[in-house]
Design a protein around this ligand. Sequence first.
Ligand SMILES: *[C@@H]1O[C@H](CO)[C@@H](O)[C@H](O)[C@H]1NC(C)=O
Ligand SMILES: *[C@@H]1O[C@H](CO)[C@@H](O)[C@H](O)[C@H]1NC(C)=O
Ligand SMILES: *[C@@H]1O[C@H](CO)[C@@H](O)[C@H](O)[C@H]1NC(C)=O
Ligand SMILES: *[C@@H]1O[C@H](CO)[C@@H](O)[C@H](O)[C@H]1NC(C)=O
Length: 333
Amino acid sequence: MAGEAFVTLATNDNYAKGAMVLGRSLRNHNTTKKLVALIGLQVAEPCRTVLSSLYDEVCVVDILDSGDAAHLAMMKRPDLGVTFTKLHCWTLTRYSKCVFMDADTMVLSNIDELFDREELSAAPDPGWPDCFNSGVFVFKPSNETYNKLLALCTETGSFDGGDQGVLNSYFNTWATADISKHLPFIYNLSSIAIYSYLPAFKQYGRDAKVVHFLGKMKPWNYSYNPQSGQVKGHSLPSDLRQVHPDYLTLWWELYTNYVLPALRQAYGQTAFNTGCVEEEVSVAAGELSAPAPPHPPQVSSEERKQRWEAGQADYMGADSFDNIERKLDSFLK
Ligand SMILES: *[C@@H]1O[C@H](CO)[C@@H](O)[C@H](O)[C@H]1NC(C)=O
Ligand SMILES: *[C@@H]1O[C@H](CO)[C@@H](O)[C@H](O)[C@H]1NC(C)=O
Ligand SMILES: *[C@@H]1O[C@H](CO)[C@@H](O)[C@H](O)[C@H]1NC(C)=O
Ligand SMILES: *[C@@H]1O[C@H](CO)[C@@H](O)[C@H](O)[C@H]1NC(C)=O
């Protein structure tokens, strides 16, 4: 029987860092599956080298040069370039089944049992539970499915401008047809869920298997002090610290202990200031010089509500637990 693989996608050096941590987390939990990284042309050579040390296969995806339907699709819908790149995972027909994971996810335990599920299995999206979230899904590579997905994209576009819209339009019976294709909460632990759904989190959080760093601020947008073990500008409310580890810190621990040494080697000791290691000079010096995350612009509360509903809560900032708690307190007084 042909192999099974975890597949991720990195379109640039930042997402490549995420893919490195994801790959490391899968390896640390002794996955028996193959690991495949799809990467865009922009990913720098040293980052490719590090990815190759973690992944069994690193495939450069150049849609414009693919010579298949994707090329034509891209001419018609240049806005969907990244989406087409992600859909490319269906062409991995040398594998019989795959689990796609976004590069901003990280596993907390072995999740090989996901391969017992069928296409298309995924977890509900926090913003609209009748849709699935396309950050983690089980699929069966097939050129036929790939071509149909491309055709759908070119004909109707994507209702959310990205792959999640296209995939939900194509696998449109997901919500109703077969409940075994709904992945449970433990595969669906967005870092937002921790803040927006505390009771469920306290109940299920300890069983969490996958963390998904949804939202605009990604783990690589923070900076980390390895001496103190602190992520700058981030702290977990103390009642949460008792129930679960701090996932952002966990990400940085993996990055610092496993990924960074490999990146240093790939870039060579002297050429630190380029590509994927830019910010790490500071870590090397045990000193934080990476710029603090920019202060997010003020947004109206209507806008914030819309973002919240779209699953894009600014949970580290305006929608942080502290702020919400303060607001509740002021209502109660
Ligand atoms: C993975 O396998 C190694 C070697 O067999 C073992 O020492 C380690 O505890 C395993 N890790 C996990 C998370 O099971
Ligand atoms: C799917 O398409 C790719 C690229 O055109 C080709 O290499 C592969 O053999 C095809 N797979 C099958 C199962 O036909
Ligand atoms: C997935 O997480 C969201 C919150 O992020 C929650 O609303 C939803 O119910 C969860 N899905 C399942 C199947 O537990
Ligand atoms: C995160 O970092 C990347 C690369 O430095 C940058 O392009 C992106 O805008 C940053 N995102 C936020 C929300 O600051």
